[in-house]
Design a protein around this ligand. Structure first.
Ligand code: ADE
Ligand code: ZN
Length: 324
């Protein structure tokens, strides 16, 4: 499974930081990290709220553009080891200079330089992401950061965080701002929120992709709509199982959604938190649902077509997938 060329569309940069990387950085800076790690050195998380707390505590040791550049290199090396040839990563100006545009430009330049250094092995694009539980007002300067740095590398805008805070419509200004700057749009929904969260995100934020979206399965009319409107789901099954959205792999709706004609893709979300990699996701999908190389190629073609990249890059990705 490692050898299959893969396209990953849903990956949080800080969420992909290996625990050893964060521990090392904390030691360098003399920062204590109580409660972040389990005794055996993994990230601790009891439930989603605790996951977000641990995530933000761990992210707190990333404090400079150079820290984020080192992280970018580390994350891309790990992705490439699992056959990922193209990834899109969520980048949060909230964690990179607190939403200040000039600080964000410095962080972004450092991350982009790190990504440029890996381009022969793996290509990266950035999706600037606001954090829902920081509230709609905080989302506005983040959208401005996105709009002002839109280009070859920053190609999308999205939203992560706790889905139970506010309503998607509260964030419409941020998404309108990003859309007007030419950015492509995605948002987390249908992970913790039910089908209404997916519907409201499509209606109010006018996104073309949904992060997770799996709970759409609870509403057959919505499943039909997703298929009819070619909405792409960035599905992260291992994340859903680790966080308890579904008890076990056999309960996960990814195959039912795919069979209903919904465009599904596969990603890891925050891989070290969920003890996963792209290889592991593919192995579990193969074991649980019998997915074979043809299915994986088809899913990667969906991802290539849905990627927030220019057409020349897309054509090159599709060619690379066809070659296998
Ligand atoms: N931020 C990082 N991982 C996330 C997830 N799985 N859901 C929402 N926000 C996140
Ligand atoms: Zn996510």
């Amino acid at each position: 499974m490692t050898d299959i060329p893969k396209i990953e569309l849903h990956l949080h940069l800080e969420g992909a930081a290996p625990p050893a990387f964060i521990r090392g950085l904390a030691a360098e800076k003399g920062i204590g990290l109580d409660g972040v790690f389990t005794e055996d050195g993994r990230y601790a998380h009891r439930d989603f709220a605790h996951f977000l707390q641990v995530y933000e505590a761990a992210t707190g040791v990333l404090q400079t553009p150079r820290d984020f550049a080192r992280l970018t290199t580390e994350v891309l090396e790990n992705c490439a080891e699992h056959g990922v040839i193209y990834a899109e990563t969520f980048l949060s100006p909230d964690f990179c200079g607190g939403g200040d545009l000039s600080a964000w430009r410095d962080y972004l330049a450092a991350m982009q330089e790190a990504a440029d250094g890996m381009v022969d092995i793996i290509q990266l694009r950035g999706i600037v992401t606001c954090i829902r539980h920081f509230g709609p007002e905080k989302a506005k300067p983040i959208a401005t950061c996105a709009a002002e740095t839109a280009g070859d590398f920053i190609t999308g805008f999205g939203m992560g965080g706790a889905e139970d805070v506010g309503h998607p419509s509260d964030y419409a200004w941020a998404f309108d701002c990003a859309r007007e700057a030419g950015l492509r749009l995605t948002t987390h929904a249908g992970e913790w929120g039910g089908p209404a969260s997916v519907r409201d995100s499509l209606d109010h934020l006018k996104v073309e992709r949904i992060g997770h979206g799996v709970r759409a399965i609870e509403d057959p009319a919505l499943v039909e709509r997703l298929a009819a409107e070619s909405v792409v789901l960035e599905v992260c099954p291992g994340s859903n199982i680790s966080l308890g959205v579904y008890p076990q792999w056999s309960d996960h709706p990814i195959e039912t959604l795919r069979a209903a004609g919904v465009l599904v893709t596969v990603s890891t979300d925050d891989p070290p938190f969920f003890d996963t990699t792209m290889t592991r996701e593919y192995e579990r999908l193969s074991e649980t649902f019998g997915w074979d190389e043809d299915v994986f190629t088809a899913v990667n073609r969906v991802a290539a077509r849905a990627a927030f990249c220019d057409e020349a890059t897309r054509e090159a990705l599709l060619k690379r997938l066809d070659a296998t």
